[in-house]
Ligand binder design. Structure first.
Ligand code: PEP
Length: 251
């Protein structure tokens, strides 16, 4: 089963619009000619349109960092799937640990967002991952299994082909502490088995599972060499053109 690797940059709440456009152009340049992998960047909402325009003509995909589940309505502060599609966005990060732990989003709401995204034809990246405490208590698999089964509730097999999963241990995000390649592979393999239990093996084998958590130029190659690591979701190192270019060009 071949899964096209995906390197995704999450810019979080960084960069003004001109800064975002400048970085997007650099990413487009660094992605030129790459046909064996996909590259995606997720700027803040206000930069989506300008970034999409800046990468037009390149293979770089543009994603949002969250999305609401309805077309429109009384949802102050939210952005709808058609609003994203209007500016050319077709992917969205959901359930990022900062959404879960800073803004209190629970599995049920993340599922609502995911089902809504799929209904409108957006490709969701569902983030899962345990806190340090949960890992130390031996609950990593339990937490990840719950985030997966609840996050994917009511997602049909044919829709699941659109979904990307990102394993992002909370203790590794923005901390400089990367999971070892063995730790990443262990949880990725577990996620694939959990997907097999929820769907079936052929489908589980086709789902891309990204690793996220202090991915850097120095560790990308060894992470990507793991059998079940199909890409990376990159925060800090995606904010500098040079380091993200090296990550995109992993070997
Ligand atoms: C992220 O934002 O999803 C992330 C993994 O951040 P960092 O690479 O900075 O740890």
């Amino acid at each position: 089963m071949t899964r096209t690797p995906l390197i995704a940059g999450n810019w979080k709440m960084h960069l003004t619009r001109p800064e975002a456009v400048e970085l997007a152009k650099a990413v487009a340049g660094a992605s030129k000619g790459l046909t064996d992998r996909e590259v995606m960047i997720a700027p803040a909402y206000l930069s989506l349109a300008a970034v999409k325009e800046a990468v037009t003509g390149s293979p770089v995909r543009v994603a949002a960092q969250n999305v609401a589940w309805e077309k429109q309505g009384a949802f102050t502060g939210e952005i709808s799937p058609p609003m994203l599609q209007d500016v050319g966005v077709d992917m969205v990060i959901l359930g990022h640990s900062e959404r879960r732990h800073v803004f209190g989003e629970k599995n049920a709401m993340i599922n609502q967002r995911l089902v809504g995204a799929l209904r409108f034809g957006l490709t969701p990246i569902l983030c899962v991952g345990e806190t340090l405490d949960e890992r130390e208590q031996g609950n990593t698999f339990k937490v990840v299994a719950e985030q997966l089964s609840q996050g994917l509730q009511d997602v049909q097999a044919e829709q699941m082909q659109q979904v990307v999963v990102a394993y992002e241990p909370v203790w590794a995000i923005g901390t400089g502490k990367t999971a070892t390649k063995e730790q990443a592979q262990e949880v990725h393999a577990f996620i694939r088995t959990a997907l097999e239990d929820l769907y079936k093996k052929t489908l589980a084998d086709s789902v891309r599972i990204l690793y996220g958590g202090s991915v850097k130029p120095e560790n990308i190659d060894s992470l990507m060499a793991q059998a079940d690591v199909d890409g990376a979701l990159v925060g800090g190192a995606a904010l500098q053109a040079e380091s993200f270019a090296r990550i995109i060009n992993f070997t």
